[in-house]
Design a protein around this ligand. Structure first.
Ligand code: GTP
Ligand code: MG
Length: 305
């Protein structure tokens, strides 16, 4: 599948690509910035059973791309996903120009009947003061109201700062699961188990601690997930260092809430897996352990077939 990264200069397109698909250290990418991209950079990766071709475009050449028909075809033809990346700084200073770009891209995609999904990454949320980080849904509505096209665009709030890094992985796992039969089937199996309960989030990470499966009961709110992602990056680091903590039910503080959490090693089920992370809004240890055991049984059956 073809995935296009597009947006103004320096919003973070190439850094995102390198952090997620080339395992470059996100912190380094912020401290030592990359050179601006020229032309359209293509590269291929695999994500479980999905082959991804990323077309990373140049921000400086964006005006040219949006005007030149040959460039448009090169960038968008047979794309499955188009991600427009904008950053917090530009949103506050040049929102109109961003909206203009997005409308333009939408128009071009219609012109060539590109059936791809247009998605937005609102990047560098680490630069937003923490008091304002509860405004995400307002920002999402604001952007969609300004774009005014027939369908609301999905907005992912992302950053390469370690404390937010799970947000990016989550965005890609949501986007890419649509193209992966294996992940889709596995998620359906997990949903079957946690679907019987409430207040549960289940994540499976790979050896690079990327979230490759994220699933949750339907009562979980987006804001809660973002808080969780914020906290689990430090928790998983702890687990990584202190292996003895694994398999233990722990209670953690997240926002104003106490949560139950359980992390398990699941490498034995699939070589691409690392941890199974179960988070519960209830503090009932026995209940979470029971869900864990049911999941293990499911994984066992899923991978022995
Ligand atoms: N604060 C912050 N800075 C970031 C983040 N991600 C990337 N950056 C910085 O943003 C700048 C631009 O990154 P690039 O990835 O080169 O941007 P680009 O969109 O590929 O730019 P062009 O190739 O010119 O189109 C660099 O200085 C990065 O360090 C982030 O999450 N937070
Ligand atoms: Mg670039």
């Amino acid at each position: 599948m073809k995935l296009v990264l597009i947006g103004k200069p320096s919003v973070g397109k190439t850094s995102i690509k390198q952090a997620v698909f080339e395992m470059n250290n996100p912190n380094d990418l912020i401290i030592y910035p990359l050179e601006p991209t020229r032309g359209i950079n293509t590269s291929s990766y695999s994500w479980i059973d999905v082959d991804i071709n990323i077309f990373d475009t140049s921000g400086q050449e964006l005006p040219f791309l949006l005007e030149d028909e040959e460039e448009q075809k090169k960038a968008f033809k047979s794309a499955s996903i188009v991600i427009y990346v904008l950053d917090y700084t530009m949103y506050t200073s040049k929102k109109d120009l961003l909206i203009k770009d997005i409308k333009e891209i939408h128009k071009i995609m219609q012109k060539y009947e590109i059936n791809a999904e247009l998605t937005l990454f609102f990047h560098k949320i680490d630069l937003i003061h923490h008091k304002n980080r509860n405004l995400f849904s307002i920002i999402e509505n604001d952007i969609n109201e300004s774009i005014k096209i027939e369908k609301n665009l999905q907005v992912y709030f992302t950053s390469l700062q370690p404390q937010f890094i799970y947000n990016i992985f989550n965005a890609f796992s949501e986007i890419l699961i649509k193209f992966s039969k294996k992940l889709h089937d596995l998620k359906a199996n997990i949903d079957e188990i946690i679907g019987e309960t409430k207040g549960i989030i289940c994540l499976i990470t790979d050896e690079n601690n990327k979230v490759i499966i994220q699933t949750m009961t339907d009562d979980i709110k987006p804001k809660f997930i973002r808080n969780i992602y914020h906290d689990i990056s430090s928790i998983t680091q702890d687990f990584q260092i202190n292996k003895a903590l694994k398999s233990e039910f722990k209670i953690i503080e997240s926002g104003n809430e106490l949560l139950g959490i359980n992390i398990e090693d699941v490498k034995k089920y699939n070589q691409n897996f690392n941890h199974l992370i179960l988070i519960s809004q209830e503090l009932d240890k026995m209940k979470l352990i029971k869900i864990r055991d049911n999941l293990f049984e499911k994984l066992n059956r899923f991978y022995s077939n």
